[in-house]
Design a protein around this ligand. Structure first.
Ligand SMILES: *[C@@H]1O[C@H](CO)[C@@H](O)[C@H](O)[C@H]1NC(C)=O
Ligand SMILES: *[C@@H]1O[C@H](CO)[C@@H](O)[C@H](O)[C@H]1NC(C)=O
Ligand SMILES: *[C@@H]1O[C@H](CO)[C@@H](O)[C@H](O)[C@H]1NC(C)=O
Ligand SMILES: *[C@@H]1O[C@H](CO)[C@@H](O)[C@H](O)[C@H]1NC(C)=O
Length: 368
């Protein structure tokens, strides 16, 4: 009972008579969310808050020693799971909430003037709204430009591309791992349960042929304070995408979408958005069985999509034949979706595929 009163008294004393220590503390460097040197990636609305797996920001900071992430009221309640990487070390997860969140940096000793890259993104495929209000850096820290990588992947898909059922979501997913391995920028526009055609599927009120063009993922429909979508302004996709990877169709098959309809949706719209980027189309790896071969769907459909593109003179689409990439051992224990180890295996196989195709991991990150 008496504690609040005692605390209030102490506070008054502290405010009334600043000690030499208090006056020596220089103010933190306050970075507002509209600072031009924050490199935003993925999809953010006007709050600004993140949508879709893996959306976030990157900053490059001179003389960094501490970082407080101030999140606003549109952040997922009670917490949003974030992935954090400092100086390109492996990402770790932490839960943040609508308040001041101290980000543990564990920085080695650095010479004065040295820079540190901090990357922070929302990691889950639902309940993944990080509402960035501001960032407080230690006194003396200074934002410097973040230089994006020369490789910028755009991954489009469903649960398979989000790390669905793994503990750290996108941080575990094969596509995010590819981004790390190639020292690339990557954006993932993927939603568990979503079809390619625009119809209701496993809780998604729209399919990707609609939702891909929106800022919000389909979880907007379950968000009491943001139950609407806004068209995505593709001019915000900076830098320009260099490679497009699409792995979708499992949910269309589950909803019995006609194969011909499936193959005809989407590609014309893409053609306009990505007229010259190489386009990698995954064939299904199939549903693994405890005994017996994987169950495949839309057999031949992806070959048809490719043939149709080629007949129009487009030689920039490539089929990634994933037959045999995923076995029952790779989806255990969920039995449908790849495990952490399964995702790492897929990433390794796709890396090999890309290298055979002619794309190699960069030797250095873009901000040494
Ligand atoms: C942020 O939350 C408020 C309610 O707290 C809501 O009115 C507003 O639309 C939200 N903003 C966005 C961009 O979602
Ligand atoms: C974040 O919170 C969830 C429960 O909401 C918990 O399961 C998870 O382990 C927490 N993650 C971390 C990194 O603390
Ligand atoms: C969002 O709006 C739709 C109607 O447009 C409604 O059916 C749905 O229940 C709403 N969701 C929430 C969380 O209120
Ligand atoms: C994909 O690979 C499997 C196994 O190697 C092979 O049987 C199949 O013909 C390939 N499909 C295409 C379209 O190349």
């Amino acid at each position: 009972m008496h504690y609040p009163i005692l605390f209030a008294c102490l506070l008054v004393v502290a405010l009334a008579s600043p000690t030499p220590l208090d006056s020596a503390v220089a103010p933190l460097v306050h970075i507002r969310n509209d600072h031009p040197l924050i490199f935003f990636h993925g999809r953010w609305d006007t709050a600004p808050e993140t949508w879709w797996s893996g959306s976030g920001f990157k900053i490059n900071v001179q003389d960094l020693s501490s970082l407080i992430l101030n999140l606003g009221p549109n952040t997922t309640v009670p917490v949003v799971a974030l992935g954090v990487s400092v100086d390109y070390q492996p990402f770790f997860s932490l839960n943040a909430s609508a308040s001041a969140n101290v980000i543990p940096l564990a920085l080695p000793h650095k010479r004065p003037g040295a820079t540190t890259v901090v990357r922070i993104n929302a990691e889950m495929y639902f309940n993944s709204q990080m509402n960035l209000e501001s960032i407080d850096l230690n006194a003396g820290a200074k934002l410097v430009p973040y230089k994006p990588s020369k490789i910028a992947f755009e991954f489009i898909g469903d649960s398979f591309s989000t790390g669905y059922t793994t503990p750290d979501g996108i941080l575990n997913a094969w596509d995010f791992l590819i981004g790390e391995t190639f020292k690339a920028e990557e954006t993932v526009v993927a939603q568990p349960g979503a079809t390619l055609v625009d119809e209701f599927s496993f809780g998604n009120v729209h399919g990707m042929s609609f939702q891909f063009f929106q800022t919000e993922d389909t979880s907007y429909f379950y968000d009491p304070i943001h139950n609407f979508t806004t068209p995505w302004d593709f001019r915000r996709d900076v830098p320009e995408r260099t490679h497009i990877v699409v792995h979708i169709g499992a949910n269309d098959a589950s909803q019995s979408v006609d194969q011909a309809v499936h193959t005809l949706t989407f590609w014309p719209q893409f053609e306009k958005l990505y007229p010259h980027q190489p386009f990698f189309l995954f064939t299904p790896w199939g549903w693994p069985n405890p005994d017996g071969p994987n169950a495949f769907y839309y057999e031949g459909a992806y070959e048809e999509v490719l043939a149709a593109r080629q007949s129009l003179g487009d030689n920039n689409m490539f089929l990634v034949n994933t037959t045999g990439w995923v076995t029952y051992a790779d989806v255990f224990p969920d039995n449908l979706h790849p495990s952490v180890e399964g995702h790492a295996k897929i990433a390794g196989l796709f890396q090999q595929w890309l290298e055979d195709w002619g794309l190699h991991p960069l030797k250095e990150w873009s901000n040494p």
